[in-house]
Design a protein around this ligand. Structure first.
Ligand SMILES: Cc1ncc(C[n+]2csc(CCOP(=O)(O)OP(=O)(O)O)c2C)c(N)n1
Length: 381
C-alpha cells in the first residue's frame, strides 16, 4: 500500500467520533501511531492508554457496559494478551467491541521474525474467537460507509468486529518530542555494559533497547527479547534461578515493565543475590512513536520495595547508574536501578542481524557448564 492510498488520522478519528464511537483504549503499534498522536493533540480525554492489550479489552468492556461505544486499538502481537478477556469476558457477556488491529507479519510482506507466526494466524485467530474482520478502508468515503455499517452490526449482533490495519494504511502524523537534558538510552547501556563481568548475562527488552544493545555491544551472553513485550525480566529470572551465582542483568523499558508488572512480584520473591533489574525510564513507548506511558504516575522504587527487592536506586546519570550496577553485583539482591533517560535514538539504528533462534542457541552455549566445571562436579560426587 503506498502513502498516496493511505487514509489520514483526522478522517479516521472524526468519522469514528461522529458515529458515536469512543473512548479509544489501546497499546501502541507504530502502524497506529498517527491515531494516538491525533488523540494526544486533539482529544486527549478520548484516548485511554492501557498497559497491555488484555487490560485495554477489559476497560473497553466496562465502558460498553456503562453505555459507551468503545474502540480497542492494538497491535496483532497483543491479540495474544487479549485472548482471555475476549473469550471469557466479552463473548459470554455479549459485549461487542470495535477493534483496530494492526497486521505486523502480514504474509508476503517483509517483517521481523517475532511477527511472522502471529502475522499468519491473525485472521484465523480472530475467526476462532468469533470476531468478524475486514481490511480497513483507505479512503475517507469508504471508511465512512464501513463505520456506519459497523455501528449497526455491533449494536445488533453482540459480536465484536475488527478492522485490520496493514502497514501504511494510516498516513504518518508528526509528533513533537519534549526537549530534555537527560541521558540517551544508548549512553546508559554503554555505561552499564562496561560495568559488567564478562560472564554476566544481559537480557534486553523488545524495541530499541535490544537493537541498541546488539548494535553496540553484541556478545554471546546477551539475549534480545525482540517479541513478547514485558517478558524480558521473567526470562532473566528463569535463567538466574538456575545459576544464582552468575550476574544477570535485565535492561527493561518503562512500557515493557508496566505491561507485565507482575514480574516484579516474582523477582522480589526469589531474592536472587546478583539479579539486577535496570529500568530505562523515558516515560514513553519510544519504539512505536514515543506515546506516553503511565510511568510518571508510578513509583517503581516503591513497587520494587513492596515486592521484596533488596535494594532500589534511581538516577538520571549514566556513570552513576554504572556505579550502582557495580555495587549491586557484589550481592544482596535482587536490585532495581531506575535510570531516567530521554527519548531519542539514531534514525539509522539497525535490526538484529542474527535470528532469535541463533541468539538463543548462542546464549544456551554460554550458559552451559564448561568441561572443567563438570570435571570438578564429578569429583565432588
Ligand atoms: C504485546 C505487544 N504490544 C505492543 C507491541 C508494540 N511495541 C513494541 S516496542 C513497544 C514500546 C516499548 O516501550 P518501552 O519498554 O518503554 O521501551 P522504549 O521503546 O521506550 O525504549 C511497543 C508498544 C509489542 N511488540 N508487543
Amino acid at each position: 500500500m503506498s502513502e498516496q492510498t493511505a487514509i489520514d488520522a483526522d478522517s479516521v478519528m472524526r468519522t469514528l467520533i461522529d458515529a458515536g464511537f469512543g473512548p479509544f483504549f489501546g497499546v501502541p503499534c507504530s502502524f497506529l501511531a498517527p491515531l494516538v498522536t491525533w488523540c494526544e493533540q486533539n482529544a486527549p480525554e478520548l484516548y485511554v492508554a492501557a498497559n497491555n492489550e488484555g487490560e485495554a479489552v477489559a476497560m473497553a468492556a466496562g465502558s460498553h457496559l456503562a453505555g459507551r461505544r468503545p474502540v480497542v486499538m492494538i497491535q496483532n502481537s497483543g491479540l495474544g494478551n487479549a485472548v482471555n478477556p475476549f473469550t471469557s469476558l466479552c463473548h459470554p457477556m455479549r459485549i461487542p467491541l470495535l477493534l483496530l488491529v494492526t497486521w505486523r507479519g502480514q504474509p508476503g510482506r517483509p517483517d521481523e521474525p517475532q511477527h511472522q507466526l502471529m502475522g499468519s494466524v491473525t485472521l484465523p485467530l480472530l475467526k476462532l474467537m468469533e470476531i468478524d474482520h475486514q481490511l480497513m478502508p483507505t479512503t475517507p468515503a469508504a471508511f465512512h460507509a464501513r463505520v456506519d455499517q459497523l455501528a449497526d452490526d455491533l449494536d445488533g449482533s453482540g459480536r465484536s468486529q475488527a478492522l485490520i490495519v496493514p502497514g501504511g494504511t494510516i498516513r504518518p502524523q508528526p509528533a513533537a518530542l519534549p526537549s530534555s537534558t537527560l541521558p540517551l538510552r544508548r549512553s546508559v547501556i554503554a555505561a552499564v555494559v562496561a560495568a559488567l563481568p564478562d560472564d554476566a548475562v544481559v537480557v534486553a527488552t523488545t524495541g530499541k533497547t535490544a537493537r541498541e544493545l546488539e548494535a553496540d555491544h553484541d556478545r554471546s551472553a546477551n539475549l534480545y527479547v525482540v517479541g513478547s513485550m514485558g517478558c524480558a525480566s521473567s526470562v532473566a529470572l528463569g535463567i538466574a534461578r538456575e545459576q544464582p551465582d552468575r550476574a544477570v542483568v535485565v535492561l527493561d523499558g518503562d512500557g515493557s515493565a508496566l505491561m507485565r508488572l507482575e514480574a516484579m512480584v516474582s523477582i522480589g520473591a526469589h531474592r536472587l543475590p546478583r539479579f539486577v533489574h535496570v529500568l530505562l525510564d523515558n516515560g514513553a513507548y519510544e519504539s512505536t512513536g514515543s506515546q506516553r506511558t503511565h510511568s510518571s504516575n508510578v513509583d517503581f522504587l516503591g513497587v520494587a520495595k513492596a515486592c521484596g527487592y533488596a535494594t532500589t536506586r534511581t538516577t538520571d546519570d549514566a556513570e552513576r547508574a554504572a556505579g550502582h550496577v557495580r555495587r549491586a553485583l557484589a550481592g544482596g539482591g535482587p536490585h532495581l536501578i531506575r535510570v531516567e533517560i530521554r527519548v531519542g535514538s539514531d534514525p539509522a539504528l539497525g535490526r538484529p542481524s542474527r535470528t532469535p533462534a541463533q541468539v538463543a542457541d548462542r546464549l544456551r552455549d554460554s550458559l552451559a557448564p564448561q568441561p572443567s566445571c563438570l570435571a570438578g562436579h564429578a569429583e565432588r560426587r
